[in-house]
Each structure stands twice: as C-alpha cells, then as structure tokens.
Design a protein around this ligand. Sequence first.
Ligand code: 4AD
Ligand code: MG
Length: 447
Amino acid sequence: MPTLIQARDIADYEGQEITLQGWVYNRTHKGKLVFLLIRDGYGFVQCVAFQGELDAELFETLAHIPQESSVIVTGMVRADSRAPGIPGGYEVGIMGVEVVQAVGDEYPISLKEHGVDFLLDHRHLWIRVPSQWAILRIRTTIISAIREWLEQNGFTLLDTPILTPAACEGTTTLFETEYFDEGPAYLAQSGQLYNEANIFAFGKVYCFGPTFRAEKSKTRRHLTEFWMVEPEMAFCDLEQLMEVEEQFISHIVQRTLRDCRNELLSLGRDLSVLERIVPPFPRISYDEALEKLAQIRAETDDAEARKLLEIEWGDDFGSPHETALTKLFDKPVFVYGYPTGAKAFYMEPWPGRPDVSKSVDLLAPEGYGEITGGSERISDPDLLLKRIHEHNLPEEAFRWYIDLRRYGSVPHSGFGLGVERTVTWICGIEHIRETIPYPRTINRVYP
Ligand code: 4AD
Ligand code: MG
C-alpha cells in the first residue's frame, strides 16, 4: 500500500509511491500530458498524468475533470525544480486516481480574476485558493506562537467574559444587547479590566478571545469582530512592559518564519524584512514623534499629503501619521507617553506631567502601524474614581474594578495585540479582511 502523505512533506518521499487525498485546484492539458494541481489542506502538488501510462478511460476522465472535484491520487514522487505548488519543486507521476466526487456544477471561483465583493460573498469557497490558504495557515501559526511564548513565560490563561456590564475602550464603539431584567449588556471590547483582577490572584495572566468594536470606519485596518491577546502583569512598569512586548513579538515573527516559510514565500513576502525583527525595538516619545512628523511634513512637496499629516499636540495618531512614522524604522517602533486626553480612562499619569499618560503603542514597520496598545494602569483608587467620572462612565459598573486598588494595589501594566493586524503585517498584505476566516466589517455579516 502506498503511504498516505501530506503535501507539505512531499520532499521526504522522493522516489516513493504515495497517496494524496484532496481536490483538483487546477487542470491543464498539453498533448499527451494532463497536469493536475492538487491541494490537500497541507499544500499544493502538481500531479502529472501521461497518456501512455494510464488506461484510456482514466486518462479521458482526468483530461476533463472539473475544478474542485475530490480525488484520491496514487503515484510516484519525483523532484522537478519547475514543478509549481506549495512547497513546489516536486511532482507526482500519476499511477491511479479514484474520483470521490466529480463536480457537476460550474465552480463559482474560476481561476480568472474576481472582484473583492464577489470573493467575500464566496468566502466559504475563497479560503481554498493558495493565497487565502497561506494567510490562514500563517494565522494559525501566529496564534500557536502567542500561546507558546506566554505559557513558557509564566502567564496563566484566564478567560474573560464576552457579555459585560460596561465599556473599557470608550463608549462610541459598543455593541449593545438587552440582558433579561438587568438592562443593557455590551459585547466585550477588551478583557483587560478582568485581567487586572486576575493578576492579584495569579501574578501574570492573559486572555485571548474575540473582541467587538462597533467601528463605523471602513478602513483596511478595522474589523468589528477581531481576536485580541491581552497579557497583564503585576509589579510591572511601562519600561518592563516594552521589554516583554519586544520579546513576545520577536518570538511570534521568528516562529512564523521557521514554520511557515513556504506560505510566506507563496505570498511573495520578503523574508529578510522579517528576519530583522529581533529585540531591541526603537522607542520614541509622543513628543518626539510629533517632531518627526513636522519634519516629514516640511520635506513633503505634495500639499495633500502634507494636509493628511497635520496634527496638534493632544490628538491621537491617524493612519497617515502612523504610516509615515513607521517608514523611518525597519523594526516595530514603540511610541510612548500619549496625551492623557487621547487615551482610555485607566492609564497611569506620567510623573510630573498629568497631561501625559504612561501608555505605549507598538507600530509595525512598512507602514502597517499600530499592532499593540498598552499602558501602566492607575493604581490609586481616588484618581481612578476621578477618571471614571471625567469619562462619564457609570460608577456602579466599576465598583469591583476600584476595589482592586483598595486591597493590595501594585504598579501593573499590560497590553493587547490584535491578531488580524499582526497577520496582515507578517503576511505583507494590503487588507485586514483576508486575515480572519469569516470577516465582520461594518457592511458584512455574510457568510
Ligand atoms: O489599542 P486597543 O484599543 O487597546 C485595548 O483594547 C487595551 N484594553 C488592551 C490592553 O491594554 N489590554 O486595542 C489593542 C489592539 C490594537 O493595537 C489593534 O491591534 C487591535 O487591538 N484592534 C483592532 N484590530 C482590528 N480591528 C479593530 N477595530 C481593532 N481595534 C483594535
Ligand atoms: Mg489603540
């Protein structure tokens, strides 16, 4: 019996008879040869049928087999540097094929170009194509690397609720639902507030789950449902937080390079750009960032670009600002010390500068921008209560959160990493919507 293999391992079977179970991604016909590009969930392999070697009926079947038909192929593996595929470089000389289902209807996603709305309407089928398959495999590896690093570094996973009584990241992006007799509940924007309770019991913790923002913006960086990993640490200040973040991000990138080389190459990613992602990362303050932006503006001839880059002290960065800043560095850059007014209510003030917060965002290079947001948290109960009032948040819903500052308060810090933003950057692609199996955006909940 030939061995049933996975396409990614094909190089290990050169000169052997193997079986592949999968689907016909593409078929081309050249004289006495039929080339089938077979995908099996683990890669894409060119399989070649030679008329002289197969019985006439089987050859005829293969010569007309429709795209996406399911098949079990048996054949001999041989090296051929011209063979396309992921990983490529090997092909299978077909000896036998069992057709599990010959597709009868025309497959909607033919191999010509399609518009993105059409593809998103057919997301359940689009995930089969090589680029989408590669992106989602990379996503899986990134998630695995995230969990691996946190577990190896003493973080305890504690799941935080998705139905919550109050806002964490501003009241303008809440999804609201009626909760029995309790009034409104909101889909979680972040698990952070619960993480903060959990560190007083477990030291270093993280949560990792879907988070929700009713984002009205239609940008290539925003989803309404996205996955966020949020580590939180007791006895940790802003400086220590940045050290953790750079170790964490570097691990994710290096592990992806190790395990997803073929997927990254299939997307045309320049690996040398990712190989550089090792600690330390540069750090600049918000004030320095503003100076750099002023300089970039001064050196720009394009009036429209200059206008987009305008910013005043106190404003949060928009995409154009982040994009311009990241182009100055070939690694992710930390921007710390944002104006208090531009950030969430829970951030510790800068010593001696109450208008500045001990906050830090990590901006990914090549124009990708913010992938993490974090801060040191307010540890004084009176200041926290004052901020809750200033932000017009309901004090009742935060009673438990203020308690944390009354029973053994310590300096503590944490951050959130958006999985899809990270996948977008590591893959080097344009748009966040391709980094999650079924994207949710302002105008899409199907399929
Ligand atoms: O900067 P954010 O809003 O920070 C928080 O939620 C903190 N409570 C995290 C913490 O300190 N525990 O979000 C964190 C990250 C962003 O840097 C971004 O990567 C991602 O979450 N993110 C989004 N990703 C996709 N679509 C959106 N609408 C996103 N909003 C935030
Ligand atoms: Mg942020």
